[in-house]
Design a protein around this ligand. Structure first.
Ligand code: FE2
Length: 176
């Protein structure tokens, strides 16, 4: 089913005058068409989630993160595509050592590293409700992971020599 997509916005597409930016815009547009052809995403099977991870890897190969400077005040986020209430694709930009707060998303999603190394920590809760580190894994370029709606995670920039850029795909649909 192809969903009407009037609310969707491709950020930065108007600036795509050629070269890498045009390539990036075209890759994002192709990805959006594929995702929107899938229909509802909130109850995606593990197989479909794995398929989307591979699709995000395809987009990541077309993203040039070399011009990203990041922000001194904290991690940065550049939205590549957003269909409000459905899904979004954004580049998360982390200077060495920068990290997000631990968070969940209320929807499943996946992430793929474009450049640098994204370190992902996962947390659980102890009996008192405090966050407890459960796992930590580094993702070099071209690799990534899927997370579920209730997973609490914390990406950080683990490459000491360069800015880490990773694509994060988020499903925003409410559960049926
Ligand atoms: Fe996240």
């Amino acid at each position: 089913m192809l969903r009407e997509n009037k609310k969707a916005v491709i950020y930065g597409a108007s600036q795509a005058t050629g070269g890498a930016q045009a390539d990036e815009g075209a890759a994002v547009a192709r990805f959006a068409a594929r995702v929107n052809a899938l229909g509802p995403l909130s109850q995606a099977s593990p197989a479909l989630q794995a398929c989307l991870l591979e699709e995000v890897k395809s987009v990541a190969r077309r993203i040039d993160g070399s011009a990203e400077a990041g922000a001194a005040s904290g991690y940065d986020r550049r939205v590549l595509y957003e269909d409000p209430g459905h899904w979004s694709l954004a580049a998360i930009i982390l200077r060495p050592g920068q990290e997000t707060d631990p968070h969940d998303h209320g929807g499943w999603g996946c992430a793929v590293t474009v450049q640098g190394i994204e370190r992902e920590r996962r947390f659980g809760q102890d009996a008192a409700g405090n966050l407890v580190l459960r796992s930590e894994r580094d993702y070099p370029p071209g690799t990534g992971y899927v997370f579920d709606s209730s997973d609490v995670h914390q990406p950080s920039g683990a490459d000491a020599r360069r800015i880490t850029v990773a694509l994060h795909f988020l499903v925003q649909e409410a559960h049926a």
